[in-house]
Design a protein. Sequence first.
Length: 256
Amino acid sequence: MLPIYFNNVRLDTIEYITITNRLAHSLPIRSVDKKDLANEDGAKLVSADYKSKEIVIEGHIVAPNRQSLEVARDNLLIYLSVKEAPLKFDQSGIEREYTATVSQIIFSEANGGFNTFTITFLCSNPFGYNTQSTSIAMGAAITAFYGEKTFNILGSYKATPVITFTFASLSGATGKIVTITNPDSGEEIIVTRDWSNSDILQIDSANKTVKVNGTEVNYTGKFLTFDPGTGKKIVYEDNFTGRSVTVGFTYTKRWL
């Protein structure tokens, strides 16, 4: 039996329901847009973005009689009626979570108290997520106007982290600029304000927010993402007179 949870209900604990197979290894559906080159062969890729993912669950109902089978079918449909609910199961020995809605259920014709079924889930977010986040130690505080932090990213798709910067021992920080950059992608966030000791800058790339001390602030730039791999970097820059800045980095592994 395969433990599959939908909306926090383990499906094979529904009476007479057995899950026999899970088809979740295909890539998400990708929308590819191109522009033909003018007056010559070929084209230029404009975009190639993942849009959604289908996950298929197969199983059967084994009940004492047809009436009990039909009751089990009805109970299964009740649990599957929720929209945009968590779909969770183990992959590679770790629980992953998708946000899913049932798009189709096909039941075979009943043979007494037995039939088979195929459930197709449509995941509006095309990625699977670890159910626990990962925090990366970023070492000593930054004490110069320029600092780098190097780290590794796990998963099979780019990370959208929450990065925090805790400021202490600041001087000459009124009306000044802080710039945070991913040098591999060129993505950067720039914040200009009056900075004070104990300020906490939080850049949340998943939710697209920039906050100081819990309040959203104005910024320019593009949110930082990081492809999986080793030797990834964050670059910190400011134009203060002095500073001591500690860095925090938390992300959730994402999987295709």
